[in-house]
Design a binder for this molecule. Structure first.
Ligand code: NAD
Ligand code: DAU
Length: 352
């Protein structure tokens, strides 16, 4: 069995659902259920004996040690994190606590468990750390995309905390021999994406006639990857990645934010036209820029393709259509998310 942390969040939940759709190896899920953790994401697994959910903190060493001893996983996949850049600007402490201290404590608990395994199980064991392209900082227009050899230069409290966690993971391999794998992925989108992030926020705001807030000039570039492609990359790295290595994961799909927003608006015009015939793009509203906003991210994903044979399956056109469709088909999920702490957050962020 495998232990998946952060399994009630956007990518973790997609990963667990995909994993159990593709095989029968059981999953032990650990999630603290912060504002971003939503058990509704895993509702389809409620009666599934292959899935066990535990509510808890990756930084709770005693709990993690108990879970490892009781369930004896062959791998730990760490998705748990504070993940939103804007929140990290308003309040960095939770990011240090979970992403740095939490990862450290998780590594220590895993190291203690791994050290006690028989030799063959030790060799087969993997700790896979899910990280981000944001650790590399910002690229100038036209500069080559991030390779795994790119220097770390994080610019936000979020990316600094993720970079710190990546360094800890690396050190636990070099110092203690823990068989770790790190993936650094670009921007994901797809089902269960919390509507504080660009794409889901644009969809849900558009549908209720609210402004679509575009930061600064909207020309910041991100490399977008459909979440299920990220999940398949993680499965492949877990299966065949070399311990101690990092793998960049991306969609070969750089787009400026404003083009993303226009694409979402055009799909909504087609799939849910407004009764008065007006266009969703009329709701676009340019707002104050994010402090320290990284201008461009781009992932060079040749290593994972060359060494592990992984490539994304979706194009942006197919992935974004599926995503918009998913939000239109799941109004209850959106309503439940919005009735929680999300509302307060939107007030803090967009009051001005
Ligand atoms: P998310 O915010 O949607 O989910 C994070 C999950 O972690 C939530 O369920 C939350 O309850 C849980 N969590 C937070 N603190 C915890 C703790 N101390 N103990 C246990 N659980 C805790 O995030 P996401 O978008 O699903 O991102 C998952 C991982 O992937 C993160 O590590 C993030 O840095 C990384 N990542 C995200 C993206 C992206 O585009 N979303 C891209 C690259 C990498
Ligand atoms: O690159 C990977 C990262 O992608 C992950 O590590 C993070 O966890 C994930 O949140 C994401 O970070 P971003 O900051 O790129 O994502 P976000 O959706 O917040 O913003 C995407 C871009 O859109 C960014 O340039 C800021 C802009 N934006 C965002 C919001 C929420 C807007 O213009 N308006 C908005 O309201």
């Amino acid at each position: 069995m495998i232990l998946v942390t952060g399994s009630a969040g956007f990518i973790g939940a997609n990963f667990v659902l995909d994993w159990l759709a593709g095989g029968d190896e059981p999953v032990l899920s650990l999630d603290q259920l912060t504002y971003a953790g939503n058990l509704e994401n895993l509702a389809s697994l409620e009666a599934d004996p292959r899935h066990t959910f535990v509510h808890g903190d990756i930084g709770d060493t005693a709990l993690v040690a108990r879970l490892l001893a009781a369930h004896r996983p062959r791998a730990v996949l760490n998705f748990a994190a504070e993940s939103h850049v804007d929140r990290s600007i308003h309040g960095p402490e939770d990011f240090i606590q979970t992403n740095v201290v939490g990862t450290f404590r998780l590594l220590e608990a895993v190291r203690a468990y791994w050290s006690g395994l028989p030799e063959a199980d030790q060799a087969a064991f993997r700790f896979l750390h899910v990280s981000t392209d944001e650790v590399y900082g910002s690229l100038a227009p036209g500069a080559p995309a991030f390779t795994e050899a790119h220097a770390c230069a994080p610019n936000s409290p979020y990316s600094a905390s993720k970079a710190a966690s990546d360094h800890l993971v690396r050190a636990w391999h070099h110092t203690y021999g823990l068989p770790v794998l790190t993936t650094n992925c670009s921007n994901n989108y797809g089902p269960f994406h919390f509507p504080e992030k660009l794409i889901p926020l644009m969809i849900v705001n558009a549908l209720v006639g609210k402004p679509l807030p575009v930061y600064g000039d909207g020309q910041q570039v991100r490399d977008w990857l459909y979440v299920k492609d990220h999940c398949s990359a993680i499965r492949r790295v877990l299966q065949a990645g070399t311990p101690g290595e990092t793998y960049n994961v991306g969609g070969w799909n750089e787009m400026p934010n404003i083009d993303i927003v226009h694409t979402v608006c055009a799909l909504l015009d087609e799939l849910r036209p407004k009764a008065d015939g007006s266009r969703y793009a009329a709701q676009i509203s340019y707002v104050k820029d994010r402090p320290g906003h990284d201008r461009r991210y781009a992932i060079d994903a040749r290593k994972i393709e060359r060494e592990l044979g992984w490539k994304p399956a979706e194009t942006f056109a197919s992935g974004i259509r599926k995503t918009v469709r998913w939000y239109l088909d799941h109004p209850d999920w959106v309503a439940h998310v919005q009735s929680g702490a999300y509302r307060e957050w939107v007030q803090t962020q967009y009051a001005a």
